[in-house]
Design a protein around this ligand. Structure first.
Ligand SMILES: [Zn+2]
Length: 52
């Protein structure tokens, strides 16, 4: 499996797996939830998330 962007963070990796699983079963509210949580995750191994 390829890791994209800054998914070196264990929590984000978990969220990405959950997002993919939710997408597969068509649970879009959960997909959105995971996307929001991924965007808002504050720290990734000491690197702050780049915000728009
Ligand atoms: Zn993270």
């Amino acid at each position: 499996m390829t890791v994209k962007g800054g998914a070196a963070c264990a929590e984000c990796a978990r969220l990405e797996r959950e997002r993919e699983a939710a997408r597969r079963v068509g649970d879009w509210s959960r997909v959105t939830d995971c996307v929001v949580l991924l965007r808002r995750h504050p720290q990734h191994g000491g690197k702050p998330v780049v915000r728009p």
